[in-house]
Unconditional design. Structure first.
Length: 283
């Protein structure tokens, strides 16, 4: 009798003292294999707290490599030369080299709190997602220098999708991600990170929700709230890079221990400062 993927993974996890972390946008079958599922901030905290020797991280790396949102360290250095007194805030889904050129990291969950803490900053450079930056600017009242990047998955969600979804589900609460465009955010009842969406859906009295982000999160929302209904704002909001990971990929990673993520000591030390600054101001 052939063993299932999960049956093969379990003894390897014990042998390697491994933990599996999966982003909310992962395929449902990958989320089901994970020890913890969450957004970037939640997974970062889990990774920092774990005593595991091996972390199998499902998904976040590819988010950082999406071409339309990517900024290189050299491009950021050029921008800093044009604004020598600026404080640099970078989205956590950026490369280690970009983090090393930044003063603070942030996630979609804590970006507003990070920027709000920068009373001392003469100027603020925010990279690389301009729509998240616009949302933060509106929430904090701070004018920021925005990199012209965006998430190609979130820009697929249009304001017409929200109008259509509201017409089809008039009682539903509309939750959208801050990486969505301005017109979409204006039509929403709540603008939240994926972790924020999960917490809000669990605590809200409403039983119907329109969800404006990558559709992978619907699995977690439905699993955690079996008595409630969740509708995608746009079925085409699918991140192909997130879907590269399959249960077989997780098993293969534990079997071969290949593609270990390594960061040079110099880059790592400088990048850690931006991450530590984020945690210092957000708790």
């Amino acid at each position: 009798m052939n063993e299932t993927i999960e049956q093969q993974i379990d003894p390897l996890k014990r042998q390697r003292n491994a933990v599996i972390l999966a982003h909310n946008y992962q395929r449902p079958d990958v989320q089901e294999l994970a020890d913890f599922t969450g957004d970037s901030l939640e997974l970062s905290r889990r990774a920092a707290e774990t005593d595991a020797d091996v972390i199998v991280f499902c998904g976040v790396h590819f988010m950082a490599e999406t071409a339309s949102i990517l900024i290189t360290a050299e491009q950021l250095r050029d921008l800093k030369r044009s604004h020598p007194n600026a404080t640099v805030v970078c989205y956590v889904n950026s490369s280690a080299e970009v983090k090393a050129e930044s003063d603070y990291c942030c996630t979609s969950a804590n970006a507003v709190k990070v920027v709000a803490s920068l009373d001392h900053a003469e100027e603020i450079i925010f990279v690389p997602d301009k729509y998240l930056g616009q949302h933060v600017s509106l929430q904090t009242g701070r004018t920021m220098i925005l990199w012209n990047g965006y998430c190609p998955t979130h820009v697929r969600i249009q304001d017409t999708d929200i109008v259509r979804a509201r017409r089809e589900h008039p009682r539903a609460i509309v939750m959208v991600h801050p990486e969505c465009t301005g017109p979409v955010r204006k039509l929403a009842d709540q603008v939240l990170s994926t972790g924020g969406m999960c917490r809000y859906a669990g605590s809200c009295d409403a039983d119907e929700f329109i969800v404006g982000t990558e559709i992978g999160i619907l699995h977690r929302l439905r699993k955690e709230n079996p008595g409630k209904r969740f509708y995608p704002a746009a079925e085409i909001a699918v991140c192909p890079n997130m879907k590269r990971i399959e249960p077989e990929t997780v098993l293969w990673s534990l079997q071969t221990m290949q593609h270990e993520v390594r960061v040079s000591p110099d880059i790592g030390t400088r990048a850690r400062k931006a991450l530590d600054n984020m945690l210092r101001v957000t708790g």
